[in-house]
Ligand binder design. Sequence first.
Ligand code: MG
Length: 321
Amino acid sequence: MQEFDLIHRYFDWPATHREVSVAVGDDAAILTPPPGEQLVVATDMLVAGRHFPESTAPDAIAHKALAVNLSDLAAMGATPLGFTLSLGLPETDSAWLESFSVGLRAAADRWGCDLVGGDTVRAPQLTLSITAFGSVARGTAIRRDGARAGDRLAVTGTVGDAALGLVVALQPDQVPSGLNDADRAYLLDRLDRPEPRLAAGQALCGQAAGLDISDGLLQDLGHLLDASGLSAEIDLDAIPLSPAARRWLDARPADIDRVLGGGDDYELLLALPPGLALEPAWDLTVIGRLDEAGPVGTVRERAGRPLPGRRGYNHFREEGA
Ligand SMILES: [Mg+2]
């Protein structure tokens, strides 16, 4: 199949948003951010066998590739406008492309974000790069250098599910025997199909500092603290866990290291001023407080319990590196 045929067949669908003036088919896309807004750009590259297991379903790969980019927009408080896709393919497998394109279009529709251009090449390894464009009202983006001493530290959703899902995917013999099939399926789904926290990010524009959790809670907290010149105290008992993760840690408490250090959650980690009322819809849990009590970048546990090394880790990346 020729490149033009491939693009036309799998990646050319009508733009649905007024922000997009020209989409796939011209030399370049034209995006018009709403008046008074700044353009926000994020890009992330994924390589098969390194960032996701080779066995991952094509529609899940598409979902995740877009989700991780939109999570970076969410972490800035931005509203998505559109994205480009560059795809390196080892072969033209029409069943794979069909499933990938269906998954990509579903994800694009889900998050209100049009595919506005891209490129395909032949490559030894399946490789995807997405660049996502969004916009945010001028001066209100959520930044990692905007936290203050006294801010509450909060996370959206639950933490650690994706890291445990990676164990389910790659080391099934390491999964505690008490976990049922529904728990395993839930954790795998959290690894394969992250949900960018766009609504919470947009709602907190101009009111919060923060970032998304891609490298692990403790590592990303370190980034926030370094950028803002602060230290933090966290309460391990307050870390929000899914029922599946809770059952896992009940069986194997030492895996708290995976929960705190594993990547790929794509939840938001936010510093919130003391007076800000938290809406239930944001799904936030306060896990600690930012202060200047310790050296910049350090994290203490409220009851003095030990924390794993600050560097987050991702077993899959380490093994694949
Ligand atoms: Mg990020």
